[in-house]
Design a protein around this ligand. Sequence first.
Ligand code: ZN
Length: 279
Amino acid sequence: MKKLLAASLCLLLLLSGCMGGEKQTEPTPQPTAEPTTLSIAAPTPLSTFHSPLSTATPLPTAMPGLLAGRHIGIDPGHQSEPNRVEEPIAPDSEIMRNKASSGTAGASTGVREHELVLEVGLRLAELLRASDAEVMLTRQIAEVNLSGSLRAQMLGEAQVDLALTLHCAGADDTNARGAYAMVATRGSTGWHEESATAARAILAGYAAETGLPVFSRGVLQSADQTILNWCERPIVWMELGHLSNAEDEAFLADPDSVPRIAYALYLGIVAYFQSLRVG
Ligand SMILES: [Zn+2]
C-alpha cells in the first residue's frame, strides 16, 4: 500500500493537467513506467454500439430506456472566472487549494477548457436523458461560483449513482497527449471500487469511439482533487485529451467533435451500468 501511495504521489507531481487552471510549471508529465493501475477487468463494451466513429459517420441516437432508474451527475469542470479563496482539498485536510479556476486553453485555437467541457456536458446530458436517466448538472452556464467541495455536495445531495467531472489537460510537454481518467485514492472515500470500475469503462468507451489515444491506460489515483475527495458518491474525473497537444487540440476544438465526445462518454457510461447488471 505504501508503494501504491508513493506511486500516486509521484503521478500527482508529474501530471500537470488542468489542476491549477493556469499555466503550469510542473515537470513534463510522462506516462509512468509503473502506472498506478487498478486490477479491475474492463467491462465488455456493448457490441451493438461499439463501432469507431469517423467524421462521415452519422452518430446513432441514444436508446430509450437503457438508463431508466439511473441517476447520473455531470460536472463540467471550472468556470469563467477563478476564485482564489482557498478550501481544504479533503475533509479534515490541512492542504488548501483555490476554490475554482477557469481551466486551461488550447495553445493554437485558444479554446477554453471551461467552455468546451460545458458544451460536452450539456450534450451528454441530452443523450443520457434520451435513455431515460435522471441527470443533474452542477452548472449549465460559465458564470458560476462553485468550489470543488460545493460541487461534490451538490452531487451527494442528488444521490447520483455515478458522477462524471469533465476536464481537458494542459501540459508543458506538447508531445503529451491522450485521455485519462482519475479517481480518489483507495480508502479515501467509500466509493473507490465503484468509481474505478466506472472510470475504466468510460475511458475505454471514450478512446474507442473518439479514436484518441489513451495517456495512461490504467485508471490513475489522485489524492489531490478536491471534488474527488469530498464527493460521497461514485465519481470519475475524466480528462478528455490534452489541449496543449496539437493533434488532441485539433480534435477537441473542432465544434463537430462535441457530439462525438459526448456520444463516446455516453457509451462508456452505458457500458458501466451494463456491467453492473451482468456482474
Ligand atoms: Zn480541468
